[in-house]
Design a protein around this ligand. Structure first.
Ligand SMILES: [Zn+2]
Length: 156
């Protein structure tokens, strides 16, 4: 038996699917031929690997479709963004609560006295932030939100 014929029969030989005479012929060739022996050894380890491989557990019907449509719609991204916004909101609310508690716990006279200091502190904070971010200095007293005084239309 030649190498080509032997190799074409290796897989059924290893699976025990050959008749006695064919099986004997392949065995005889493998005794003499190191290259076909190596091939047979490779094949055996591959089929062993697949035999030991655990079967993939079945997924519920429609699972793949559901995953793919969620990927396409970007639903997960939206959820993560919403989660981030919610976290920031909670932090902001907590800050407001802490500030309120601080004011309530402070005697009225001290609260009044501390008000300008607090405002100056906040103003300084905002101005520092603006400088740090190299933002254009905006008026922080609310004038930016007022409507500009209407100007008379220029005659042409
Ligand atoms: Zn051979």
């Amino acid at each position: 038996m030649r190498c080509a014929e032997t190799r074409s029969l290796l897989s059924p030989f290893l699976d025990g699917e050959l008749g006695r005479s064919e099986s004997e012929a392949v065995r005889a060739h493998l005794v003499d031929c190191a290259r076909c022996r190596a091939e047979a050894s490779d094949l055996r380890s591959i089929s062993k690997f697949f035999a030991e491989d655990e079967p993939t557990p079945p997924t519920s019907p429609g699972f793949t479709d559901a995953v793919m449509s969620r990927l396409r719609s970007g639903e997960g991204l939206e959820e993560r963004r919403a989660e981030r916004v919610a976290r920031i909101t909670v932090l902001a609310a907590a800050a407001v609560v802490l500030l309120s508690v601080g004011f309530l716990a402070t005697p009225r006279s001290m609260w009044k006295a501390s008000q300008p200091t607090l405002e100056a502190g906040l103003r300084g904070e905002v101005e520092r932030e603006i400088r740090r971010n190299d933002l254009q200095a905006l008026p922080i007293d609310g004038t930016a939100f007022r409507k500009p005084a209407s100007q008379p239309a220029r005659p042409r």
